[in-house]
Design a protein around this ligand. Structure first.
Ligand code: NDP
Ligand code: GUE
Length: 383
């Protein structure tokens, strides 16, 4: 019997490619995968990501043809962490490949918080920059929340700004951007024809950048969501109820095959280096799910590497394109320097959201502006 959540049994799955009449394939040939993005029950994150990049590149080319302008992404890195430098290099290269202009700031470990904030403010005011990403983690002496909160909410392509996260949590509201990794998880489910509405989802992990926004996105798509964390008791029995498991704890091979309901979909966000003497690097990456065990039981599973990771970067490009489209087509005005912004500026910057939120009541609009103004005042005091 086909497992409940397998794409083969899903009505939403893309139809298999038709066999040409002249095909020489024998009648017993292996059936085509339910979607072009699955090899058996293994989800090919690289293939989904490649498709999103291709779609993004085409839309960037359209913008260029129409306005002779392209979206721009600024990536800020502070310090010398090897993994951060690798990710930032990957992001800048990915921008180039789809035609997005790449801006960068590489600051030393010793950079002060004011220096980081001033780089962010510079990109906020730069009309050629439509997306700003500050690579995390930041060195300990820098207040991460202050830096993330200083990114202009319309350029927050990482989706980490508290206003964007707050909107994600609210009924009837939509953020301008949602965090890339969790959006990547949703795209994998959707593009592989795995239903979400009415399903039981368990998210293991509740961080600001993965677990919590993943749970909020699943909730917005009408899943019934449970969040597990380090104080959760009997996690195994909670995970066993899930149709969809999002594993984002940062613990190598935490989720075992025996924890998984047959047919469940497993989206493995974990990226954990483990020693491997057979590799020239001396390590390999494993997920938060025990892949070999879970693959035997799951209806669909993402590998590590090659699952969620490539999606994170593809969604970053997609978010940057959407931001570029809003600015370049004139739906949003490019930000003035923060010091010149008054309440009127805040209102002007918030009004275009009407397109996303539906009509705002006058009261709601005023409270949003007041909130934004207050936030700037608080930010100003902190700086
Ligand atoms: N593929 C990609 O694109 C990305 C991958 N990652 C990877 O995803 C993983 C998670 O990242 P991130 O969210 O930043 O990590 P954090 O360390 O910030 O958060 C981990 C979360 O998991 C919970 N947790 C830790 N151990 C357990 C446990 N034994 N049982 C249950 N819950 C547990 C923590 O609980 P508590 O809140 O109680 O502390 C916390 O909520 C990492 O491996 C990271 O490398 C991250 C970002 C992008
Ligand atoms: N402001 C900010 N935004 C982020 O999105 C962000 C961040 N900070 N800090 C670090 C985490 C981590 N992260 C990953 C991105 C790509 C892969 C990825 O492409 N992984 C490949 C493997 C890469 C390899 O081999 O090293 C894969 O899984 O196939 C993984 C992890 C984004 N993060």
């Amino acid at each position: 019997m086909a497992p409940e959540n397998s794409t083969a049994s899903s009505a939403a799955a893309a139809p298999a490619a038709p066999t040409p009449a002249t095909s020489l394939a024998p009648a017993t040939a292996t059936p085509a995968p339910a979607t072009p993005f699955m090899n058996g029950n293994v989800i090919d994150g690289k293939a989904v990501a490649a498709k999103i990049r291709e779609e993004t590149a085409a839309k960037v080319a359209e913008l260029k043809a129409k306005y002779n302008r392209v979206p721009g992404l600024a990536v800020v890195i502070v310090g010398q962490r090897k993994d951060s430098q690798t990710y930032v290099r990957m992001k800048r290269k990915a921008c180039e490949e789809v035609g997005i202009a790449s801006f960068g700031a590489d600051l030393p470990d010793t950079a002060t918080q004011e220096e980081v904030l001033s780089v962010v403010r510079g990109f906020n005011a730069n009309p050629d920059v439509h997306g700003i990403l500050v690579q995390l983690p930041l060195p300990k002496h820098i207040d991460e929340q202050a830096v993330l909160g200083a990114i202009s909410v319309e350029k927050d392509v990482d989706g980490f700004h508290p206003l964007n996260i707050g909107r994600l949590a609210m009924k009837g509201r939509e953020p301008l951007f949602a965090p890339c990794t969790p959006v990547g998880c949703m795209e994998l489910l959707e593009r592989c024809g795995i239903p979400i509405k009415g399903k039981r989802a368990v998210v293991v992990g509740r961080s600001n950048i993965v677990g919590m926004p993943a749970a909020l996105l699943l909730n917005k798509r009408d899943a019934t969501v449970t969040i597990c964390h380090s104080a959760t008791k009997d996690m195994e029995s909670i995970v066993r109820q899930a149709d969809i498991i999002i594993a984002a704890a940062g613990q190598a091979q935490l989720v075992r095959g025996s924890w998984v309901k047959p047919g469940a979909a497993i989206i493995d966000v974990g990226t954990n280096p483990v020693d491997d003497k057979t590799k020239s690097s001396g390590y390999r990456l494993v997920g938060d799910a025990h892949f070999e065990e879970c693959k035997e039981v799951a209806g669909a599973i993402t590998p590590v590497p090659g699952g969620v990771g490539p999606m994170t970067i593809a969604i970053l490009l997609k978010n940057t394109l959407e931001s570029g489209e809003r600015f370049i087509s004139g739906k949003l005005q490019s930000s003035a320097a923060p010091s010149k912004r008054g309440q009127k500026g805040a209102l002007a910057r918030l009004l275009p959201e009407k397109e996303h939120l539906g009509p705002l009541s006058a009261l709601a609009a005023v409270s949003l502006v007041a909130g934004a103004a207050l936030q700037r005042i608080v930010g100003g005091v902190r700086q």
